[in-house]
Design a binder for this molecule. Structure first.
Ligand code: ZN
Length: 148
């Protein structure tokens, strides 16, 4: 229970005690005043409860988003672990996909630069500026590496 709710509930209890005392004293004016005060305290409890429920709802949504981000990060990490940095030509590197027996994904290379920035780009065989063979990154020609 939040501090605001606890304070509001305690104030309402005090107000209830004042109503009870006024009733026991059979003083109508004190009863009316105590009932008005108790009504205000109950309104404070309601407001504090509503605010707490809103904060709980926001925290729950944030928790859901963070859990989803964690699942996404774990999935990216598992995918990333399938790739190993490989020298495809002297001084030229790409990430080689490690296939498994039951895998339907064919062997391929991925761009190391893109993978490091969180994107998987499957490199394509080709030529660039008359140089071939090269592995072209579909996201950026600057990531092209020579292949042999
Ligand atoms: Zn790239």
């Amino acid at each position: 229970m939040s501090v605001e709710i606890i304070g509001a509930v305690q104030a309402a209890r005090t107000a209830f005690g004042l109503v009870k005392t006024a009733i026991e004293a059979r003083d109508d004016s004190k009863v009316k005043a105590a009932l008005v005060d108790m009504g205000e305290r109950l309104m404070d409890v309601t407001m504090a409860g509503t605010e707490a429920a809103s904060k709980l709802s926001s925290a729950t949504m944030e928790l859901h988003e963070l859990r989803q981000k964690l699942r996404d990060a774990e999935a990216r990490q598992q995918e990333r672990e399938r790739y190993v940095l490989t020298e495809v030509a002297k001084g030229a590197y790409a990430l080689r996909f490690q296939t498994r027996e039951d895998d339907v994904t064919p062997a391929h290379y991925a761009c190391q630069v893109c993978m490091d920035s969180g994107h998987r780009s499957v490199m394509q065989a080709g030529e660039l500026f008359g140089v071939s063979p090269v592995l072209l990154c579909p996201r950026s020609k600057e990531h092209t590496v020579a292949a042999s």
